[in-house]
Ligand binder design. Structure first.
Ligand SMILES: *Cc1c(COP(=O)(O)O)cnc(C)c1O
Length: 382
């Protein structure tokens, strides 16, 4: 089976992890600091806080941005459930904004209409989570203007998008956003086994995230509420979690960062070749908006309708091609249905969820495999 995505781990990655195993630190230690510095340095200038998953990093971000029980978080339906669940972890109400029919990213016009209604009703969101779908950054200029007008915090879920560019800048410290989260799950672009990272240019968000990452505990003298009683002294100042990354994971992440440029180049080349090979087939591709450069986590296409998707999915799986669906709309998951959500609130994302199919895309996918994928798709569509 050709999988839809897979990690690329080489000898340099293995050696980096083994070196940590032979060292004094296994839990959060010097390798975590190195990984944070590597990712921050790659993205530009700001703070980076590693966590044991992007899910944890999203939760830390919501807490650090001040999301409270009864607060409100909005995101899109065509994402992994974690983009919405982070609001629920804080006791906030979650709601959904539709996507653009071309880029499949959050639709600023739909967001603006929803914000106008929410303002009239006195129920504006505290946080909007924008998801860089498949690796393409959202329209952050438009989102930044809405943020300035309506006063929400903008959280960028860039789990798909490390290495992507917006107006010539790597995503991570975009001036329009308050915080950005990357995922290092093995199907994503860079892996640490499990892992995530919270990036921000705001020092108070970073300091808060670091406290939450480790039980709400602070040790730095400057941050203590009371006078220190000695070098052993620490204070638990809030209810935090154990969201720490291990040095084993960070060493793998660091080693992978050295390979990121080659991963991106291969993904971009494979995506361009899919574009060519699929020309003329009855499928829609994601429009790449100008000024944005995708990191190509996924190569999704839209098929004509739902019955076609089912047939094409089954035919391709039988042919040994590991296609996947990204995503079943989050608000139609049983958990969100039970909170009262129903079909009809986000028609574009719902239609996307019925028709989307992701083709295999990962750095080691070879030209022959890619030709096999396209041949199987042609046959399934015929
Ligand atoms: C993978 C993913 C996450 C969660 O990442 P983990 O590191 O597995 O917790 C969150 N949001 C999106 C959009 C994702 O694709």
């Amino acid at each position: 089976m050709i999988p839809y995505g897979r990690q690329s781990v080489d000898e340099s990655d293995v050696e980096a992890v083994v070196a940590v195993l032979r060292s004094d630190w296994l839990t959060q230690g010097p390798a975590v600091g190195r990984f944070e510095a590597a990712v921050a340095g790659y993205c530009g200038d700001g703070y980076a806080c590693a966590a044991n998953s992007a899910t944890s990093a999203l939760h830390m971000a919501c807490l650090a941005l001040g999301l409270k029980p009864g607060g409100r978080l909005w995101t899109v339906p065509n994402t992994f459930v974690a983009s919405a669940n982070c609001g629920r972890y804080c006791g906030a109400e979650v709601d959904f904004v539709d996507i653009e029919p071309e880029t499949w990213c959050i639709d600023p016009a739909a967001l603006e209409r929803k914000l106008q209604r929410a303002e009239a009703d006195g129920v504006l969101p505290d946080i909007v989570v924008a998801v860089d779908f498949a690796g393409q950054p959202c329209d952050y200029d438009a989102l930044g203007r809405l943020k300035a007008r309506y006063g929400f915090a903008l959280l960028q879920d860039a789990s798909h998008a490390i290495g992507a560019e917006y107006n010539g800048s790597k995503v991570g410290f975009l001036p329009q956003v308050d915080a950005t989260v990357f995922s290092f799950h093995p199907v994503k672009i860079v892996t640490s086994g499990e892992g995530g990272m919270l990036l921000t240019t705001r020092p108070e968000i970073d300091a808060r995230a670091r406290m939450i990452r480790s039980h709400g505990i602070v040790r730095e003298k400057a941050l203590l509420e009371n006078a220190t009683q000695g070098d052993w002294y620490y204070e638990q100042q809030a209810l935090g979690f154990n969201y720490r990354m291990t040095d084993l994971q960070a060493a793998l992440g660091c080693s992978q960062m050295a390979r990121l440029a080659s991963f991106l180049e291969k993904r971009q080349r494979l995506a361009a070749r899919y574009d060519e090979l699929l020309a003329g087939l009855p499928v829609c591709r994601q429009t790449q908006a100008s000024g944005r450069r995708s990191a190509w986590h996924l190569y999704p296409v839209l098929l004509v309708d739902e019955p076609t998707r089912r047939q094409v999915f089954d035919a391709m799986r039988s042919a040994g091609i590991g296609v996947q669906v990204h995503y079943l709309p989050v608000h139609l998951q049983p958990y969100y249905r039970q909170l009262g959500f129903a079909p009809g609130i986000c028609p574009v994302a719902e239609a996307h969820g019925r028709r989307a199919l992701s083709l295999p895309l990962y750095p080691a996918l070879c030209d022959d495999d890619q030709a096999r994928v396209v041949a199987a798709l042609k046959e399934a569509l015929a």
